[in-house]
Design a binder for this molecule. Structure first.
Ligand SMILES: [Zn+2]
Length: 201
């Protein structure tokens, strides 16, 4: 960084380095690549960032990403099974589950997992809102699909304990998923098996 007399290039590099996995060197490479683009292509990148940030927000009901003004299309979809609720740790986990075609219920997205070592507790990830939704809903089964990591397990057990007296089944994905993996990278077949093999807790 520190380009002589090119403060706008410094600004671009420092903005790009905020992306995950982009260090100083990569930010520099991307910044030069952007400068080498045709002006219309560079502007298209800038405009698509603004547009996505402006239009996409979290569904107030389930927490999935949506461009809808009110609830997301999935929450409003009568073809989905409204008696099933799948709890996930991140909006990103929605895509591999949907792609596997093994689930047709509703979702609830938490803001991550409880991580005691990092000082993240139940309040920080929106568990209160989840419990409120379940207590005021008509669910037959709550599927805890938090990440197969130590924090994801802790979160699932915490939620299961809060819900243990409810009139619904609480299940956890039967993982052919290995502990420590990320749902984001699970293939369709493994996900399908994980849903088929979900167990009561
Ligand atoms: Zn929704």
């Amino acid at each position: 960084m520190n380009n002589k007399n090119l403060p706008s290039l410094d600004t671009l590099e420092s903005a790009l380095s905020k992306l995950p996995g982009v260090g100083t060197k990569s930010a520099e490479r991307f910044a030069y690549a952007i400068l080498n683009l045709k002006e219309e292509d560079a502007l298209a990148i800038a405009e698509s960032i603004l547009e996505a940030r402006k239009k996409i927000h979290f569904c107030p009901n389930c927490g999935l990403l949506t461009e809808s003004e009110t609830e997301c299309s999935l929450c409003q979809d009568d073809e989905r099974d409204h008696s099933l609720l799948c709890v996930i740790s991140s909006p990103k986990d929605f895509y591999p589950i949907e792609k596997s075609g093994s689930y047709h219920g509703l979702y609830h997205v938490l803001k991550g997992s409880i991580a005691i070592s990092k000082g993240v507790d139940a309040n920080d990830i929106g568990i209160e809102k989840l419990i409120h939704r379940i207590e005021n809903g008509n669910f037959k089964e709550i599927i805890l699909a938090t990440e197969p990591t130590l924090d994801g397990e802790t979160t699932a057990m915490y939620i299961a304990n809060l819900l243990k007296n409810g009139p619904y089944q609480i299940t956890r994905l039967g993982y052919g998923l290995s502990l420590g993996s990320s749902l984001e990278y699970v293939d369709g077949l493994t996900m399908e098996r994980a849903f088929e093999g979900r167990r009561k807790i």
